[in-house]
Design a protein around this ligand. Structure first.
Ligand SMILES: [Zn+2]
Length: 297
């Protein structure tokens, strides 16, 4: 597909998003809106769009990309990597937060363009190789599908991914999807090393009629979700990133930092706890609704 066709496919998707704006997981214009790439801290860069994160961590031996955003954003992500003076071909590994189209849609194309290996949690790998068509996904039936990723290696819970001197650790945080994974690593600037966290979405949203409450076939779903929220709250956390930057006011903090606010608003050791606490309240409210028998979204 040439670039013009890619752009028109994108516009078609934006049109569809407008039509389905009332559905649980509708696309938003900011998801397609380009954003100038920037350094988050040390060797960690933001290469996503205004409304969807893609994070690049670099080393002299190659780099790791977390998330690709929407399928039609692949050229934007590649352009952002190049705008930093880096090579797409140097991306050695692509990781994923969760296998929904807004975070994984472009991964197959980015893997092709870079030659990178794709790696994910066990359940995440299955969903990526099915192009998002996962019957265990709370959004199953309403989730947008995307090009399947041909080969996805599995990273165990607590397992690591290494490229050069970068080491990322996988923390399984199932709930929003069965394969949801949060990633941690260290980035350093002038000898000061900070704990970086890319915490997955913790939103209890679903297709109509789905229940997060435990039942005969899923006896631990609610418990697992609560444990995931506790896992995120307990992560070593100096700088929090998330698949949806607006869920953590990330761009507002970046803007404040660019205006020179001190101390750096992106450095906040309580950010993971706050993100988890807000998600916990929403999950409990959702479970109460389900108990009361309300048809839930
Ligand atoms: Zn999602």
């Amino acid at each position: 597909m040439d670039n013009r066709m890619k752009r028109s496919a994108c516009r078609l998707l934006i049109g569809l998003a407008a039509i389905t704006a009332l559905s649980a997981h509708a696309e938003e214009p900011s998801w397609h809106q380009p954003h100038k790439p920037f350094r988050v801290y040390g060797n960690t860069y933001y290469v996503g769009t205004e409304g969807l994160s893609a994070i690049l961590i670099t080393s002299s031996q190659g780099s790791i990309l977390i998330d690709g955003t929407l399928q039609c954003n692949a050229p934007l992500i590649e352009a952002n990597i190049r705008a930093l003076g880096l090579r797409v071909e140097d991306v050695r590994v692509i990781l994923n937060s969760h296998a929904h189209s807004d975070h994984a849609g472009a991964i197959a194309e980015l893997a092709r363009a870079s030659g990178a290996q794709v790696r994910a949690s066990a359940a995440g790998a299955r969903a990526l190789m099915a192009g998002g068509n996962d019957p265990e996904d709370p959004l199953f039936g309403e989730a947008l599908l995307y090009p399947p990723v041909a080969h996805v290696g599995v990273v165990a819970d607590g397992g690591t991914v290494r490229v050069g001197d970068i080491t990322l650790t996988a923390h399984y945080t199932p709930g929003h999807t069965p394969g949801s994974t949060s990633w941690t690593w260290r980035s350093c600037e002038q000898g000061r090393c900070l704990s970086m966290v890319y915490a997955d979405s913790l939103a209890a949203i679903s297709a109509n009629g789905f229940r997060f409450s435990d039942d005969a076939t899923h006896t631990h779903r609610a418990e697992d979700f609560r444990r995931s929220i506790a896992t995120v709250a307990a992560l070593p956390c100096n700088i929090l990133m998330a698949p949806h930057p607006d869920a953590i006011d990330f761009m507002d903090k970046v803007a404040a930092r660019n205006r020179g606010r001190q101390p750096d608003p992106l450095i906040d050791p309580h950010a993971c706890q706050a993100y988890a606490a807000a998600a916990g309240l929403k999950l409990e409210a959702r479970l109460v609704k389900e108990q009361q028998g309300h048809a839930a979204r």
